[in-house]
Design a protein around this ligand. Structure first.
Ligand SMILES: Cc1cc2nc3c(=O)[nH]c(=O)nc-3n(C[C@H](O)[C@H](O)[C@H](O)COP(=O)(O)OP(=O)(O)OC[C@H]3O[C@@H](n4cnc5c(N)ncnc54)[C@H](O)[C@@H]3O)c2cc1C
Length: 409
């Protein structure tokens, strides 16, 4: 998708100077002329929302917010709003052998990924990317610069973790890192027999699901997903395991680089323009799949003219979020804790259509209308909380209207 911004503001100054002067100045200027503003971090939005999702926006490019600074005493990392995941992982590893739960592609940016969930195989050990945020520096829509956490401007902090792009531009993320695992094994196991028949495909997935839910060896140190790839020409279970094994051992950085598939984990700080074009749909469920929908999915995938012989290339990834000991949504987190409704997801699937499911914010679908998007991404209780409940009338609307935030008192 290509949208043409009216203007791109690439902030050149250091983070603090930038946040206190350049971003507010750019926002004020845009507001004066009625131009919508959108932040760009890694530019990996499926729907090109960092270029606005339509023509004529002011894009605030955070490429120069690229610092990663780890406090080894607290394990808290202060990370610029334009840092890419690969550079983040490398930075906290180099500075203190620390780790965070996040996605696999090194070029994805922190700005979109951490504020809309953020899943990778290590999420079952450390939680979603969003769960590791403990504070934020940001510029609000009214141009004011604020430092927020659970105690300070708690309403805004709540909204930022799930819906940041509607409320402000994050210049610095404060993230609680964890000790990096001693050993991080990347595995991939192929099931060619699952391609032989619909019965086999169904049985393999049901077997993987049973193992994920009931095997005593499954814990937070195991992350996995099922991929039906290459237009149903491969059926693979892949993931990571933090623990010992007789296979060749790799450290966290080597494993992350292998997962990213780029050879290198870090990406250039400037001028990184790699891009791909594809269309995604996501569905998520917090209960296990019954055999029938899996059989129907296999039938669809393997049917002539659609799956194997589809005129376009496609794949489907089914990622395990929940099951025993997963740290995603640990301690009973739900839609009251952050503006995110997927803490109790068991599976998140890319590329299936069924509107009775939910959907995942980071796999954004621009074809959904406003109400459909609200309900699929956030769910009814959260929608009501933000639209009609105590949060929005008391604070969010006021934030847009007043520099002093009197209604937050
Ligand atoms: C190749 C690829 C691999 C991916 N792998 C995974 C994966 O493994 N796991 C997963 O969960 N997701 C994955 N995703 C999805 C990805 O997490 C989302 O698309 C994410 O939103 C991209 O973040 P970004 O900062 O790169 O994108 P951008 O396009 O820069 O931003 C996305 C949205 O966030 C807003 N935003 C960006 N920065 C800020 C900021 N600082 N403050 C406020 N709002 C901001 C933008 O305005 C835009 O609306 C992948 C995407 C791609 C293209």
């Amino acid at each position: 998708m290509t949208y043409i911004p009216i203007l791109i503001s690439l902030v050149l100054a250091s983070a603090s100077l930038h946040a206190k002067s350049q971003i507010p100045a750019a926002i004020s200027c845009a507001s004066k002329y009625g131009i919508p503003v959108q932040a760009k971090s890694g530019g990996h939005s499926y729907a090109s929302y960092s270029t606005g999702g339509h023509n004529g926006i002011l894009m605030i490019d955070l490429e120069n917010f690229n610092s990663v600074s780890l406090d080894n005493r607290t394990g808290i990392a202060a990370v610029g709003g334009g840092v890419r995941l690969g550079n983040l992982a490398q930075g906290i590893w180099d500075q203190g052998r620390r780790a965070l739960g996040h996605g696999t592609c090194p070029g994805v940016g922190i700005g979109g990924h951490f504020t809309h969930g953020g899943y990778g195989y290590s999420s079952r050990a450390f939680g979603l990317a969003l769960e590791q945020i403990i504070g934020l520096d940001l510029v609000l829509a009214n141009g004011s610069f604020v430092k927020i956490d659970n105690e300070t401007l708690g309403d805004v902090y709540y909204a930022l973790r799930g819906a940041a792009d509607s409320f402000g531009i994050v210049t610095t993320f404060y993230l609680q890192t964890s000790t990096a695992p001693e050993v991080d094994i990347k595995f991939s196991y192929s099931f060619p027999q699952a391609l032989d028949s619909i019965e086999n495909a169904t049985a393999v997935f049901m077997g993987v699901q049973k193992f994920s839910l009931y095997s005593p060896v499954v814990g937070r140190n195991l992350g996995l997903g099922v991929t039906l790839g290459g237009n149903a020409t491969s059926y693979t279970v892949h993931g990571t395991w933090f623990g010992s094994s007789s296979v060749e051992l790799t450290d966290r950085i080597t494993s992350l680089a292998m997962l990213g598939g780029e050879g290198n984990l870090t990406v250039p700080l400037h001028g990184f323009l790699q891009q791909d074009n594809f269309y995604a749909k996501s569905v998520s469920t917090n209960v296990s799949f019954a055999e029938e929908p899996i059989r129907k999915f296999s039938e669809y995938a393997y049917s002539a003219g659609r799956g194997l012989n589809a005129p376009i290339s496609w794949f489907s990834i089914i990622s395990l979020y929940g099951s025993p000991d997963s740290q995603i949504g640990a301690e009973g987190k739900n839609g009251s804790w952050a503006a995110y409704s997927g803490f109790d997801d068991l599976w998140v699937v890319q590329n299936c259509e069924n509107r009775s499911y939910n959907a995942y914010l980071n796999y954004i679908d621009p074809e959904l209308d406003r109400d459909e998007a609200w309900h699929l991404y956030y769910g009814k209780p959260l929608f009501e909380k933000t639209e009609f409940g105590e949060k929005r009338p008391r604070s969010w609307r006021c934030l847009l209207e007043s520099a002093e935030h009197p209604c937050l008192e």
